[in-house]
Design a protein around this ligand. Structure first.
Ligand SMILES: NC(=O)c1ccc[n+]([C@@H]2O[C@H](COP(=O)([O-])OP(=O)(O)OC[C@H]3O[C@@H](n4cnc5c(N)ncnc54)[C@H](OP(=O)(O)O)[C@@H]3O)[C@@H](O)[C@H]2O)c1
Length: 334
């Protein structure tokens, strides 16, 4: 759901609910919609669950703040935290409303029991999301991680793409997107011309640029671009494993070469007096290939911290010093 004036670029004042309007809004490709430089990612919202299976303590408070914070959009999915991410957002919307101009972006997922991902499952998944969120429409709906079907199956009559197009035709979504990881999965969806928006993750960051050609293709088609996981899931924002050492990139063990490169990048950032996380965020937010960068957040303090990172000035010399470290050895192969 989105409040009426998301398609206008006059968010310079406070909204009717008193929430400050996000700054630096930009068009989301040719969709006619707007996005702020950062979108709040909520894949971890609601986890851990409470004993009764509802979103854990603090989830609704975070959701309420996220919908009123510095960013225009919140990104969720039918399957995030087994539905608790959407439930927490819905609880917040039912209790406090959705401020003018703000929006929740969600995604349709395969059937969790059967892995079926066809037209009917798309429509059911969307209905489940509306129910949890307590809204009657969605501004941007992504087809999420369509790994249980081939592109041929998804694009055949009765397939998932038909379901996405049907929802757009009904006017219950404004724009449809494809959101997934492997580039070989993403490319046919982008080339199909059916989608208005693309969401890539972990593949356009300080340490991995492998989505560049995909995003250029999307741009040439006027698609809106979300770039998710600018910290590679946390590594580039200082996340450490239980042993206190950096360990994973894109949810997989990072190679010793990658972790060593990140340690050197950390030193370069420290020499310039900035957190590496600020540079990791700026890499994405300053790119002309990206409309909005989706950052995972699950705690209240992260909203302001990420805004502080976003508005950190990165010295020009930092980028040349980083380049001097050579090509980062990403661990992703597709
Ligand atoms: N297929 C898809 O559609 C897809 C795939 C991946 C991601 N996404 C979307 O993109 C979002 C972002 O991905 P992600 O969460 O995996 O990766 P990410 O944004 O690269 O990293 C998020 C992690 O960085 C840490 N962090 C955030 N802000 C920080 C700060 N100011 N200082 C220090 N650490 C900070 C957080 O750790 P703490 O937990 O310690 O706060 C958080 O868990 C997801 O939530 C989801 O909405 C979509």
């Amino acid at each position: 759901m989105i409040n009426d004036d998301m398609t206008h670029s006059d968010h310079t004042d406070t909204t009717t609910s008193g929430a400050p309007a996000p700054a630096d809004l930009r068009p989301l490709g040719a969709t006619g919609l707007l996005a702020s430089p950062v979108t709040v990612g909520t894949s971890g919202l609601g986890t851990p669950a409470s004993a009764d299976g509802s979103p854990g303590p603090g989830s609704t408070a975070f959701a309420t703040a996220a919908l009123r914070g510095p960013n225009l959009l919140v990104d969720t999915s039918n399957n995030y935290s087994d539905g608790r991410s959407e439930t927490a957002l819905g609880d917040a919307i039912r209790a406090s409303g959705l401020p003018a101009g703000r929006g929740v972006v969600t995604k349709v997922d395969q059937d969790p029991s059967t892995a079926v991902f066809d037209r009917d499952r798309v429509l059911r998944s969307f209905e489940e999301s509306l129910e949890r969120l307590g809204v009657d429409r969605i501004p941007i709906l992504h087809l999420h991680d369509p790994y249980s079907v081939s592109f041929a199956e998804a694009s055949a009559p009765g397939g998932a793409i038909e379901g996405m197009l049907a929802l757009k035709e009904q006017g219950v979504v404004d724009a449809i997107g494809i959101a997934a990881g492997p580039l070989s999965v993403m490319l046919p969806y982008v080339l199909s011309g059916a989608f208005d928006v693309v969401l890539t993750h972990n593949r356009f960051t300080l340490v991995d640029r492998s989505a560049t050609a995909l995003l250029e293709e999307a741009r040439s088609r006027g698609m809106g671009v979300f770039n998710a996981a600018p910290f590679g899931g946390g590594l580039l924002a200082g996340r450490r494993g239980t042993d206190g050492k950096p360990s994973t990139y894109a949810y997989q063990a990072g190679s010793p070469e990658l972790l060593a490169w990140v340690a050197r990048a950390d030193e370069v950032a420290a020499r310039h007096g900035i957190p590496l996380a600020a540079a990791a965020l700026a890499f994405s937010t300053r790119s002309e290939l990206v409309d909005s960068t989706v950052v995972g957040m699950n705690r209240l303090e992260r909203l302001e911290q990420v805004e502080a990172l976003r508005t950190t000035t990165i010295p020009d010399d930092f980028w040349s010093d980083l380049d001097a470290l050579g090509t980062p050895p990403s661990t992703l192969t597709d």
